[in-house]
Design a protein around this ligand. Structure first.
Ligand code: HT7
Ligand code: ZN
Length: 864
């Protein structure tokens, strides 16, 4: 497959004004009749070239009612070419599809007895021949015909305009979407579902019918999703002035899905994982993900659907912006500071790792082979950080003006990231010329901050740099906001004078960085004051500084900025680890003292205390080492956990016991307490009496958060009845797929030394399936992406396991298989033996016959 380049973008040769589709659905096959009205846009030659996939059969084709002679067109595996067409015409094409055997889960497929579609990015071409590109917007009318008893629910985009019975036990429904849309937003669902129905009245008084369709047994797990949808609708009106535009909003949950959810116009299709939640089956984190993803898809209605992308290089235009919007939504619904910590953690775990390896690419890539490989943490999460930096630079009010301008200018059009930045510039008057480098340069910038203080003047010298990434050896300096603050010697916020180049915004000062070196001076800084850097994680960078352990411990105790306070704790702990990994124990035990203090803090939000007590993950620590030593990190981290636990045992047990009371509730205070309680239990679990506490919580738990927390600790342990309890959990929950996913994951995340063997056995388990993406991710991704020590176990068994899984999954589902490849490309900082083993695993995959283009593209890049 050939590379496609952003610089080669050309407008389409034909526009489509309207398309009318008729789906006749049967388990033996589906017949699709597409009648498309084309209008010529540019006269290059007379031919019409339409995208089409290799899995459908062309049954008939007419132009303006005249059947085409076989010599008048050519069909290949990827296109239909009609050699000569008039400037305007109606093309009628009938295709035959095989949804039951579609395990790729794109186009039209069958999942748990129901039909559904997935068209982003290029799935529509597997349904009919069409200009399957986001800049061709058309009005859709869709008729669905299916057996009434098996498929009572027939849905598509827009509003239902007709329905009725047909002969042979069939029925039909006709849907019309008044808003022109690209083909990637088309959707159809036919099946047997239960429906949770509700409504929402918009700010302008419009009544919107809301429906969430789930499997009949799951109806009792859909109320949180519905409440989240209503909160999303209200929030978008209040914060962005954006109202819903159709009379009906449908969500359908399916269990076989390549990603989290899909924002099809008026008919979102969701992975069950992001719809179904009840206290018995879902953890607090699951509830929060449901709310976030429901919000994300809803917010796409404006940022993605009404204003869409000109081409797929602009993917971050809708994804980065919509992630930013869903992050803001969650921040407003729950705790802004905790949400920021979660987002920073994810960014560092997924995006920083991506940016430092062979798969690094800009937020707006310049070329791709397989677009599905570009639904990445860089496009989504770094894209959201880029939007957030504009928000920080101009402030919330001006950002809102920029959004209004962007939507007002581009509603109903397919546009570019450049159009967004121009709207922001026009609204704010800021010059974002240099800022645009965030879209075109890959890699994580590195800031080195040196602080010196003399006679009340603090001088900040900030050097920025960015390492080369594939194809980009030299980087220009970025324009970014750096928020900093000051604390006096008692820990109170102060605002010393800043000369030119800085601006105080309440308790934080906004510094704008543009040059490779910037120097700022704060005047009249009192004796003993401490600077707090990188507040709110104001730019997606790595930052080093010359603050002492004592200053970090002080920030960890007093900083009013949650991110900076947490980061101080993380850095203090990291320093202790890294000196221990290198064989030099820290003499003054600054982190241990700070831990002792934080554990006994009963004033601060318990959820935040939990964050302060959570040590940096093995992956975080690995990112800080020149040569990655997964076993060494694991050992030292476990040793420190044990030391902290034993030193604080009585207090840990006392505070745990106090928190382990009260009835279950999902309110924020209860969630916060559970979070702290379960962190404390993790420390207690490594004490001699730990088994009793863990087992008691596991058996007594009345909710999945507490049960899973205990189960994870059981799995890590070598407690006597470990296997028995793990088996018992399976027996109890075997019929709930989402809970069994968790059962696979906890085992994949085990800290035990026999994890690889366990994971190899789990692939043989009757409940494991290579066809179900959730199940594959729950075992294979959890193991290879999150369990650093087990994945890198000496001998290379972890790498060989992952390679085998990639090949097996690829045979059914290339998109899901390709998402597993990245860990095999992270060999650069490993020792020579591990490096070779990883590269051999990549070669082994590449030598397999019939490997997909999706997997090949990533393996080739990873091996370079
Ligand atoms: N816009 C969607 C991205 C997507 C997708 C979703 C489901 C299956 C396959 C997919 N390919 C791309 C999801 C989102 O970002 O909201
Ligand atoms: Zn999205």
């Amino acid at each position: 497959k050939q590379e496609i380049f952003l610089k080669d973008y050309q407008p389409p040769h034909f526009w489509v004004d309207e398309i009318s589709l008729c789906f006749n659905l049967g388990e033996k096959g589906a017949r699709v009749t597409a009648e498309t009205k084309f209008r010529r846009n540019s006269k290059t030659d007379n031919a019409l070239v339409l995208d089409g996939g290799p899995y459908m059969a062309l049954e008939s084709i007419t132009v303006d009612g005249t059947p085409l002679d076989e010599r008048a067109y050519t069909v290949s595996a990827t296109a239909l070419t009609v050699h000569s067409v008039p400037d305007q015409f109606l093309l009628k094409v009938v295709t035959k599809l095989d949804p039951v055997n579609n395990t790729r889960l794109e186009g039209l497929y069958h999942s748990s007895g129901n039909f559904c579609t997935q068209c982003e990015a290029q799935g529509f071409r597997h349904i009919t021949y069409y200009p399957d590109r986001p800049d061709v917007l058309a009005k859709y009318t869709v008729r669905i015909e299916a057996e009434q008893s098996k498929f009572p629910v027939l849905l598509s985009n827009g509003n239902r305009v007709a329905e009725g019975s047909m002969s042979g036990g069939y029925h039909y429904a006709v849907w019309e979407d008044p808003y022109p849309k690209p083909s990637y937003l088309f959707a159809l669902v036919a099946g047997d579902f239960a429906c949770r129905n509700d409504h929402f009245v918009t700010a302008s008084g419009k009544h919107v019918e809301l429906n969430i369709y789930v499997a009949p047994d799951d109806l009792n797990k859909s109320d949180y999703a519905m409440a989240s949808l209503k909160r999303s609708m209200k929030w978008d009106e209040e914060v962005f002035g954006l109202e819903y535009d159709l009379d009906i909003y449908n969500i359908v949950a399916v269990s076989d899905f390549n990603m989290g959810a899909m924002e099809n116009k008026g008919l979102n299709v969701f992975n069950t994982k992001y719809v179904l939640a009840s206290p018995e089956t879902a953890t607090d984190a699951d509830f929060s993900h449901v709310e976030g993803v429901i919000g994300h898809e809803y917010f796409h209605n404006w940022t993605g659907n009404r204003v869409t992308c000109r081409d797929w290089f602009q993917l971050s235009l809708k994804e980065g912006l919509t992630v930013f919007r869903d992050q803001e939504f969650t921040s407003d619904m729950a705790s802004r500071s905790l949400k920021r910590l979660d987002d920073v953690r994810i960014l560092r775990l997924l995006q920083f790792t991506e940016d430092s390896g062979p798969l690094a690419h800009p937020v707006r890539p310049e070329k791709y082979v397989e677009i599905n490989n570009f639904y990445t943490a860089t496009v989504y999460n770094k894209g959201a950080e880029v939007i957030r930096m504009m928000h920080t630079l101009m402030g919330a009010e001006t950002f809102r003006k920029g959004m209004d301008l962007y939507i007002g200018r581009h509603d109903g059009h397919a546009v570019t990231c450049e159009d967004f930045v121009v709207a922001m510039e026009d609204a704010s008057g800021l010059d974002l010329k240099q800022f645009r480098l965030w879209y075109s340069q890959a890699g994580t910038p590195h800031l080195k901050v040196n602080i010196t203080c003399s006679h009340g003047t603090a001088k900040l010298t900030i050097d920025q740099s960015c390492k080369p990434t594939p194809g980009q050896p030299d980087k220009k300096p970025y324009h970014m906001p750096l928020l900093v603050g000051w604390l006096d010697s008692a820990g109170n916020p102060i605002c010393p004078n800043i000369g030119a180049g800085g601006k105080w915004l309440k308790e934080s000062c906004l510094l704008e960085l543009k040059s490779p070196r910037e120097v700022f001076e704060f005047m009249d800084v009192p004796e003993g004051a401490v600077i707090s850097l990188h507040r709110q994680f104001s730019a997606p960078v790595k930052l080093d500084h010359n603050l002492s352990d004592k200053e970090l411990a002080f920030l960890m105790a007093y900083d009013s900025d949650a991110y900076a306070r947490w980061e101080a704790a993380q850095q203090l702990a990291s320093r202790q680890f890294l000196s221990e990994v290198n064989g030099k124990p820290l003499i003054d035990g600054a982190f241990e003292k700070a831990f002792h203090f934080a554990l006994r803090d009963e004033e601060t939000d318990p959820a935040f205390v939990a964050e302060l007590l959570t040590l940096p993950s093995e992956i975080d620590l690995g990112q800080k080492m020149q040569t990655l030593d997964p076993a060494g990190i694991h050992q030292v981290r476990e040793k420190l956990i044990k030391k902290l636990a034993l030193e604080n045992k009585e207090y840990l047990i006392k505070r745990y016991t106090k928190l382990n009371t009260g009835v279950y509730s999902l309110d924020q205070t209860s969630v916060a307490k559970r979070r702290l309680k379960n962190i404390l239990l993790a420390y207690i679990s490594v004490c001699p009496e730990g088994a009793t506490y863990v087992e008691t919580q596991f058996k007594a738990a009345d909710n999945m958060t507490d049960r899973m927390a205990a189960l994870q600790l059981l799995v890590h342990s070598d407690y006597e009845n470990r296997q028995e309890l793990l088996n018992g959990f399976y027996e109890t929950w075997h019929s709930n797929a989402l809970v069994i996913d968790k059962w696979f994951s906890v085992q994949a995340l085990s800290k035990r030394s026999d994890t690889v063997e366990m994971v190899l056995k789990l692939v043989e388990h009757p409940s494991f399936s290579f066809k179900n993406p959730n199940r594959v991710r729950s075992l294979v991704s959890a193991f290879s992406m999150l369990n650093q020590a087990a994945f890198h176990i000496s001998g290379g068994a972890g790498y060989r396991f992952l390679a085998e899984m990639i090949v097996k999954v690829d045979a059914y589902n290339p998109q899901t298989a390709a998402k597993l490849v990245a860990p095999l490309g992270r060999w650069q900082r490993l020792n020579a033996v591990a490096m070779r083993q990883m590269q051999e695993s990549l070669k082994w995959i590449l030598n397999k016959p019939n490997i997909s283009d999706d997997v090949r593209e990533l393996c080739l890049k990873s091996i370079e």
